[in-house]
Design a protein around this ligand. Structure first.
Ligand code: ATP
Length: 302
C-alpha cells in the first residue's frame, strides 16, 4: 500500500529537550491513523514538522509520495490540517468565514457549501462564529481544513474539549471522510477514542515510537474481572470452564480473557460450583495499562 506519510529518524530538539527522538512513522493511504501518547509526548511537534511549521533537527519527512528529499514537503498543497485553534472572525458567520478563506486559497465559492455539509454545519452556517459551541467551532475548523479537498487530513486532538455528544459527532464525521477516500492522521491522548475511530495506531512516549500496529493488535481490549469469596475455588471452576490460559489471578481478583457477553454464564458457573460472587465487572485498560503491557512491565513508562 502507498504511504501517505513516512518519516525516517525524525528528530526535534529544543535546547536540552529532545521533544521528538528518531521517529519512523508510516501512515498508509486510505487509513485513519491514530497518533497516541500522553501530554508532552511529542505529538504536536511531530505534526508541526510534517506540516512544515517546525524545522526538524534531523531526519526526513515524506508526504503523499514525495521523495522526502526536501522540507517542507512540496505535497503540502494536498494536505488539510486542524492543528491549533484556527483564527476565525467572531462577528462573521461560519459561512462568511469560510468564504473569506476560500477566496484567499483560490477555492471556488461552491466548495463552501460542500464542506459545510460534510461537517454537518449547513443548518447553522448563517450564525455568527462567536455564538458557536466548542463543537461547532471545531467543525468549522475541520470545514476550513477540507476546503482544498485534501488527500491527507492532519488533525491535532480533534475531540479535545468536546462533550461526549460532540466527540461522537466528530468521530462519525472523520470516519465518513475516510470512507470518502481521505487519509486521516489524528493525534489523541485518549486510548478509547483511538480504538473507536482508527485503523492503525502509533504510540509515542517521550518522543519515541513505542509501538505501531493495527488497532486490533494493540492488546488490552478488555476483560471480565471477577471477585469471589473463595478465589482459589473460583479459579479452578473457571479454568475448567474456559481453559487454563483464559484465567489470570491478580491478588483477590480473577481476570478472564473472554467477551463481555460471557458475564452471565461465568456467574452461573461459579454459583453452581458453590462459589459466591461479590463483584463481576468489565474492565477496559487505560493508556497507562496498555503502555505497561507493551513495554513488558517497565514501571518507568508513564
Ligand atoms: P500535548 O498533548 O500536551 O500538546 P504533545 O504530545 O503534543 O503534548 P508536544 O507539544 O509536542 O507534546 O511537546 C513535546 C515536548 O517538547 C514537551 O516537553 C514540550 O514542553 C516541548 N516543547 C514543545 N514545543 C516547544 C518549544 N517551542 N520550545 C521548547 N520546548 C517545546
Amino acid at each position: 500500500m502507498t504511504a501517505a506519510v513516512r518519516t525516517t529518524g525524525l528528530t526535534k530538539r529544543y535546547g536540552p529537550v529532545l521533544a521528538v527522538d528518531g521517529l519512523d512513522l508510516d501512515v498508509r493511504a486510505g487509513e485513519v491513523y491514530g497518533f497516541l501518547g500522553p501530554n508532552g509526548a511529542g505529538k504536536t511537534t511531530t505534526l508541526r514538522m510534517l506540516l512544515g511549521l517546525v524545522r526538524p533537527t534531523a531526519g526526513s519527512v515524506s508526504v503523499l509520495g514525495d521523495t522526502g528529499g526536501s522540507w517542507p514537503s512540496p505535497a503540502l498543497g494536498r494536505v488539510g490540517a486542524l492543528i491549533e485553534g484556527p483564527a476565525f472572525y467572531p462577528f462573521l458567520s461560519g459561512r462568511e468565514n469560510l468564504r473569506a478563506l476560500a477566496r484567499r486559497a483560490r477555492v471556488p465559492d461552491g466548495r463552501v457549501a460542500e464542506v459545510l455539509d460534510l461537517v454537518g454545519l449547513a443548518g447553522r452556517a448563517g450564525d455568527r462564529y462567536a455564538a458557536y459551541s466548542l463543537g461547532m467551532k471545531q467543525r468549522l475548523g475541520l470545514a476550513a481544513a477540507l476546503l482544498k479537498d485534501p488527500d491527507l487530513l492532519v488533525l491535532d486532538e480533534p475531540t479535545n474539549g468536546l462533550d461526549p455528544v460532540g466527540m461522537a459527532d466528530m468521530r462519525r464525521t472523520i470516519r465518513g471522510l475516510a470512507e470518502g477516500g481521505c487519509t486521516v492522521l489524528l493525534s489523541s491522548h485518549l486510548l478509547g477514542e483511538v480504538r473507536q475511530i482508527c485503523d492503525r495506531v502509533g504510540i509515542i512516549h517521550r518522543g519515541r515510537l513505542v509501538s505501531q500496529r493495527p488497532i486490533g493488535e494493540l492488546g488490552g481490549a478488555g476483560r471480565l474481572s471477577v471477585r469471589a469469596d473463595r478465589p482459589d475455588e473460583a479459579a479452578a471452576v473457571l479454568r475448567r470452564m474456559l481453559g487454563p490460559d483464559a484465567v489470570l489471578r491478580a491478588g483477590e481478583d480473577l481476570h478472564l480473557a473472554v467477551d463481555a457477553g460471557m458475564a452471565a454464564a461465568v456467574n452461573r458457573a461459579l454459583v453452581t460450583g458453590g462459589v459466591e460472587v461479590s463483584e463481576l465487572r468489565w474492565h477496559v485498560p487505560d493508556l497507562e495499562e496498555v503502555f505497561f503491557e507493551l513495554t513488558e512491565g517497565s514501571r518507568d513508562v508513564v
